[in-house]
Design a protein around this ligand. Structure first.
Ligand code: S3P
Length: 176
């Protein structure tokens, strides 16, 4: 078990990748891993391609095996990681258990307004937001089920409405 690992969870657009980068500057001995990028490198495909060809369930399995790989490698090599997870990684119970056991987990908690505004500004290619619904109603719908999951998975909740990623990273490293 390595509680020196840090994991960042939260909805798409909450700033997990950006806070991870700020944390990596503050904690140069830790290696930054973005789970989506790790899966893309591992599979040789982009996240939208994986969703398109194999579907969400297969992607969730890939998230689980990627986490198993990462935590096991950390154990074997004595490395500590800053992990920026995907917005839906914690929808799997197995992933939640692994994350809580092997890392100190931080929920980057942003309001629906912040999430919608960030996702409008930086839409990216996010399969979970596709479909006929408006962006706001899709975010609200997903957050209704995911909000409580983020809260119960995290060891600490970090509020992040002003998009001040450095401040969030400083708050994380300052916690006892
Ligand atoms: C997802 C979030 C994405 C990515 C995939 C699914 C989700 O990551 O893992 O598109 O279910 O919320 P980000 O939160 O980094 O956008």
């Amino acid at each position: 078990m390595n509680m020196n690992n840090i994991s960042l969870i939260g909805f798409m657009g909450s700033g997990k990748t950006s806070v991870g980068k700020e944390l990596a500057k503050l904690l140069p001995d830790m290696e930054l891993i973005d789970l989506d990028s790790y899966i893309e490198a591992m599979s040789g495909r982009t996240i939208p391609e994986i969703f398109e060809t194999e579907g969400e369930a297969a992607f969730r399995e890939m998230e689980k095996s990627a986490l198993e790989d990462i935590f096991l490698t950390g154990e074997l090599t004595g490395s500590s990681y800053i992990l920026s997870l995907g917005g839906g990684t914690v929808t799997s119970e197995a992933c939640r258990r692994m994350i809580r056991r092997n890392s100190t987990c931080f929920y980057l908690k942003a309001s629906i307004d912040t999430l919608v505004s960030n996702l409008e500004t930086w839409p990216g290619d996010r399969p979970m937001l596709k479909g006929g619904k408006s962006l706001r109603s899709r975010v609200e719908e997903l957050m209704t089920t995911r909000g409580p999951i983020y809260e119960k998975t995290a060891h600490h909740v970090i509020k992040i409405d002003g998009n001040d990623y450095l401040a969030a990273a400083v708050e994380i490293v300052s916690l006892p």
